[in-house]
Each structure stands twice: as C-alpha cells, then as structure tokens.
Design a protein around this ligand. Structure first.
Ligand code: SF4
Length: 702
C-alpha cells in the first residue's frame, strides 16, 4: 500500500509516496503529483525508509534519570513549571523549538507559552536559519511574505544564486533548475559564493565573492542600474518609497566597478557582466539562503537584494522576485503560528495594532506578554545568568547547533529545570535534561508543514510509534490540562489544532486597518476527512482564492500601511568576527549533501555516510602548507571560543584564507567535530540571527 506524505528534511518540501507492507515502510519514491518535486527525490529523501526503526529511539518518559509513567511525567512537568511561574513569573520560563516540528505542534506550544504560561520567551532553531530573511521581507513588503514560487525559478531568464549551495542543500530544486536550463538555452545562471560548490556546475558566471561583501555587491548593482537608466521609474513611483535614500546609501561608498571589484575581491569584467545581465532582464529570480542570512548584517544583505528587484520592477511577475529559500522543512510553518520570540501569532507581531487584544480574546488567554521575548542566542545567555529557570526544548539539539556551543552546555547545567522532548535516546542535549519526554517522529505523526514557496502540505502518520512515544502536540496539550487549562487545549486530533490556527489567521484580519497576508481561513471548516485528504496549497487560502495563491504582489500593492514597498538604505558592514594574527583563517560552515542537522536520523542509513564519513575541514593548498597540514591528516581548528578536531581535505574550491567545516558532527558520532564551539555568540541586531558563516580560527596538525 502507498501513502502520501512530505519529506522531513529541507525547505523544498518534496512529496513522498511511501510503500507500507505488513506495518513496515519498505520503500519511498517521489510523489508525482506533488508540485514541489513532481516525483523527484534527492539521495536523503530516497533513503528515508532506511532511517526508521526502534533502534536508538527514546521509548519512555524519564524524570531525574528514572523511568516513569506518562501520568507521572506530565504531572512533574506541570508541577515544576507552575512552581517556577508562581515564584518567579512567566518571564522565568522559556521554550526552544524546532523547524522539525509540525505546524500543529508549534501552534499548541506558542499558545501554551505566550497565552497561558505568560512567557514571551518562545524561540526556535529557525532563528539560525531564516530570521534575517523574515526581517528583510518585513522591512520591504510590510509582511514576512515570500513572493515567488518554484515555477518562477524555471521561468526566469536569469537566476542569481547567492549564498546558496543549492546542489547540496536543496537538491530537488537544483534538479528542477538544471532541467529548466537544459530546456531553455537562453536562461542564464549566476552563482555568487566564496566557495566553488557543485552548484557552480550550472553557472554561466561564477563570482567567488569575498566573505561578507554581498551588501556592497548589491548596493553597487542598485547604483549601476540607476547609472544605466535601468531603474523602472514608473514602478518605483507607483509602488515603492525610499529609492533616493537607498541610492544615497549605496553611493556613500565608491560605486565604480574597479572599487566594487576590489571590495568584493572579484574580477571587474565578470562583475560588470553580472550587473548588465541583471539590469537588462526583467524576469530575474535572486535565490538566497544561509550565506546571506547567517550574518551580523544579514537583514541588510536581504534588503540590498530586494532593493535591486524593487528598483527594476522585477517581482510580482512570472519568473521574477527575491526568493529566500528556507533550510528546514517547517521553518515557515513556525513563522506562521508565531514560533519566533518576536512574533505573537498568525503573522502578527506584538506591536501590530490591535493584535494583542485580538489574540488574547481569540485564545481566551489568562496572560499575554506585552513585549517580545528573547531570541535564541540571548535566551541561552539569560539561562546561564539564572534569569530563565525553566527551559523546555523540543525536537532540537542546541548543544551542537548553536554558536558558542559550550556556553549552551554551561547554561543547561545551570538551569534548575530542563525539559527535553526528543525522538532519539542519545543526543548531546539530553545529557542535561531533568525531564525527558519521548516524542514521535516522521512517519508516525500527522500534521502540516509549509515549504519555501508558502506551500502547506500534509505529513501523514503511517507507522505505530515506538514504546511510549507521543505526539508533541499531545504532550503540550496534556501539560496544559495538568496546569488547569483543559478547555483551551481540548484537542483530540491535529485537525482540531489546524482549524483553530486557520480560524485565527482570518480572525479580525483587518485589525489596525492592514489586511494580513497570511490568511488560510478558507481551511477553517475542514473535517477530519478533508484534513486527511488536504492537497498541497500555497497561502493565502481565502474565499477569494480557495485553491491558494501562487505569487504575491502581482497588483503592486504591498502589506505596508500605505500599500507601498520600501527600498531600505543599506550601509554595508564587515563581519564582526574578523580574522586577526592569532586566528588568521576565516571559518565558513554549512551542510554536506547527504546529512541532515545533527545526524540523529540520517546517520542511521549507512549509504548516507558514504559521501562524507567524518567531520572535516576544507582548506586551500597554500594555506594547508602554511599551517603544516596534509591532505588526509588530522587538524585541530581552534580559537578563543573552542576547538574542533577534524580530517583535513586540501581543496582548491576554497579561497585562500577561508576554511569550511560542516555543521553535522557531534559527540554522539566523534566527540570532536562540533563546529558550533568555534563561532562567537554574535547576532544581527535586527533579526537576532547568529553569524555562522564568518568566524576567525587557527589550524594546526594533530
Ligand atoms: Fe527531502 Fe529536500 Fe531532498 Fe526534497 S530536496 S527529498 S525535501 S531533502
């Protein structure tokens, strides 16, 4: 029997057809009808069935190291959370969630923490992934709204990939782009990245940009377009504000090609070619990802890109737009429900006019914080300072994934109450848990996720949970009941949560006079059968657009109070973690093709380890010589924050002076490759996203 679901890995959100025989998943293939992938899967997705099974799973709740019943565990969670709240207030409680959770889990957690525990401190590992893209879209469009879709990528005349190794990190989208390029020989692809990656295979032009110089490059493009008469003055006049200020900021630095080429460390002729191509085509998609977002000036970089699209009128059209692609399967679903600490719910912020009263009334909530909470990095700092006294972590492994990862260890060790909901029995973070709650995983749970093109898809439960594992939404609702909030959390099925979420998305949708873009209220009447049969749809899904909305801003009206988009003045800033004599190499980090996050799932499929079997550092041959490193040898990479011990790969794909270490490895696998220990806890002041593409390290042979 085949059942249809969605891949739990990257933000492409591919549909998966899984074959179940005698209660076992025996194979997977791409869902031919799913609009994200039309039957394709990458190597990770095609190995999904090989990662399943009870081995290594967390099978029972534990309190203070002792296995207990669910009743005891829930009672302990509720009693201890209530004690912290009664003694220290809701501000002393925090939650740290994950883009791996389903939207229904996220919704229930957000409602419990913000509406009932009175804590604003609910953040998510999506903060590490796309928080800067969110902030950039909000500044430009008045809403966190991705304007494009995957077809736009195929219909474009020019695709610019910046800060994205699409071939490894969003492989099916890369396959779609490559096929589109083969079909349309006139399509051009430009890759802008400090590293030569597999994505360069399809590049007509490659700019090996100096790390951190993206904003300067796009500011230069904005000025170039103006100089060549390529601003769409009609579009700018009718639909935008701020072009003069944005242009003045761009021109505050030398915008001659020679100066820009020097600042970005690229060939001036190649830079001019890129500028001409961008300026002369209307159907341009700029696709950007963590190479832009994971920076202390990530939001500005996003706006520098969006400025160029607005200036040329290159959005709201087929094959055009600034397209942020998310890393995780449900990074966008978390944003929809308010899973970031600066959000309230249903794409409303704390300071959206009327939003607090609206959400409080909708939830009939006893509490609602008045101000946003702490974002991931500052949240863990507050835990270490003793300001947060109870922390509930769900479906993520911050001891590996956050910057200054050893600080996370210290924070968790100092926290009086650490609750961890987790699928796997052995993660670095579980070692610090007072209460451990076994959660269900992909193929066991029902719910929805939203991919990078705003498409809501169903994940479907097909296999029985192992041991005592329970769904995250159920655990949250049960804790709420033990706290006395039974009525507000009377959910029997994820469908009940989804329709409440859909109702809230349209509830008082014109509060403050500005319609919210995120509206799926046409889905608020789904019964169980209709929810089970839900087909993938792109939000907004409203009475006027019941089949969803493929592209945003086609009318040129944006979600700002006056309906005009904003060009934002961007003053390029250098990365804050600068190299210095003691730490002379610039550290970049990212994923490898066949692994996912901290490998708790993908490492279970042996064939996925064939691609890269151990943690490593890529280093340019001349740097390797200068640091006495040999290909295949071992290196200690270190700085004042920590160290990692990794295999050396001498690689001409690296620029001189730059090294690259993947993010995946952790104590469970080697004990030595945690790249998170090497990044300072520095963040973008607007988005709170940490800078994990630019550290400063030294290397020596082991
Ligand atoms: Fe899964 Fe992403 Fe691969 Fe698609 S491209 S199969 S969503 S990992």
């Amino acid at each position: 029997m085949q059942q249809h679901t969605t891949c739990p890995y990257c933000g492409v959100g591919c549909g998966v057809a899984a074959t179940i025989e005698n209660g076992v998943m025996t194979g997977v293939e791409g869902d031919r009808a799913h609009p994200a992938n039309y039957g394709r899967l990458c190597v990770k997705g095609s190995a999904l069935h090989e990662t399943l099974g009870d081995r290594g799973r967390l099978l029972a709740p534990r309190v203070d190291g002792r296995e207990v019943s669910w009743d005891d565990a829930l009672d302990q969670v509720a009693t201890r959370l209530a004690a912290v709240r009664d003694e220290h207030g809701g501000q002393a409680i925090a939650g740290y969630l994950s883009g791996q959770l389903l939207t229904e889990d996220y919704y229930a957690a957000n409602k419990l923490f913000k509406g009932f525990l009175g804590s604003p401190h609910l953040d998510t590992n999506s903060r590490l992934c796309m928080a800067s893209a969110v902030a950039g879209y909000k500044r430009a469009f008045g809403a966190d709204a991705v304007p494009c879709n995957y077809e736009d990528l195929e219909e474009a005349e020019l695709v610019v990939l910046v800060g994205s190794n699409l071939a490894w990190n969003h492989p099916v989208l890369f396959q779609r782009l490559r096929t589109a390029k083969q079909r349309n020989p006139l399509m051009r692809v430009v890759v802008i990245d400090p590293r030569v990656t597999d994505t360069c295979e399809i590049a007509d032009l490659y700019l090996p940009i100096a790390p951190g110089s993206d904003a300067r490059l796009f500011n230069g493009l904005l000025a170039f377009m103006a100089d060549k008469g390529r601003h769409d003055t009609r579009y700018l006049r009718r639909h935008t504000r701020g072009v003069e200020e944005a242009l003045a900021a761009a021109r505050a630095e030398d915008t001659s090609l020679a100066a820009l080429a020097e600042a970005c460390d690229v060939d001036a002729e190649a830079l001019e070619t890129f500028y001409y191509w961008f300026a002369s085509q209307l159907h341009v998609v700029t696709l950007y990802s963590q190479g832009i977002n994971q920076s202390t000036s990530g939001t500005d970089k996003c706006n520098a890109i969006i400025n160029c699209h607005l200036a040329g009128g290159k959005l709201g059209l087929p094959g055009a737009g600034p397209f942020s692609i998310t890393g995780q399967p449900n990074a966008m679903g978390g944003r929809e429900v308010g899973g970031l600490a600066n959000q309230l719910a249903a794409h409303m912020d704390y300071h959206t006019p009327g939003a607090q009263a609206l959400v409080k009334a909708f939830w009939d909530a006893p509490h609602l914080p008045e101000e946003p909470g702490l974002k991931a990095v500052e949240l863990f700092a507050a835990v270490e300072r003793g300001e947060i006294r109870a922390l509930w972590i769900m479906a993520t492994n911050p001891v590996v994934s956050l910057p200054d990862a050893d600080q996370v260890k210290r924070a968790l060790a100092a926290c009086p109450l650490v609750i961890v909901s987790e699928c796997m029995a052995d993660t670095d973070t579980l070692a610090y848990a007072d209460i451990v709650l076994p959660a269900t995983s992909w193929s066991e749970k029902d719910g929805t996720v939203t991919n990078s093109e705003r498409r809501i898809s169903r994940q479907r439960g097909m296999l029985p949970p192992p041991g005592e594992a329970r769904h995250d939404w159920w655990i949250i609702a049960q804790v709420a009941k033990y706290l006395g909030y039974e009525e507000a959390f009377e959910y029997r099925h994820p469908r009940d949560i989804f329709v409440e979420h859909a109702r809230l998305s349209g509830y008082g949708n014109h509060a403050g006079g500005i319609p919210r873009l995120f509206d799926i209220s046409a889905l608020s009447d789904l019964d169980r059968n209709a929810y089970d049969a839900l087909v993938p749809l792109q939000w907004p899904v409203t009475a006027e657009a019941p089949q969803g909305t493929a592209r945003l801003f086609e009318t040129g009206r944006f979600a700002t109070p006056d309906g005009l988009a904003r060009l934002v003045p961007v003053r390029p800033a250098l990365p804050e973690q600068a190299v210095e004599a003691r730490y002379p190499l610039c550290l970049n980090s990212g994923r490898v093709r066949d692994q996912w996050h901290t490998m708790t799932r993908t490492a279970r499929a042996p064939r996925l380890l064939n691609h890269r079997a151990e943690p490593y550092v890529d280093i340019h041959p001349q740097d390797a010589r200068a640091h006495a490193l040999v290909d295949g040898g071992l290196a200690r990479v270190f700085n004042r924050w920590g160290e990692a011990r990794v295999r050396v790969r001498v690689a001409t794909s690296q620029r001189r002076g730059d090294v690259f270490i993947p993010i995946h490895w952790n104590a469970q696998f080697t004990g030595a490759g945690r790249v998170g220990t090497l990044f300072a806890p520095l963040t973008d002041p607007l988005s709170g996203q940490p800078e994990t593409k630019h550290g400063a390290v030294a290397c020596e042979p082991l």
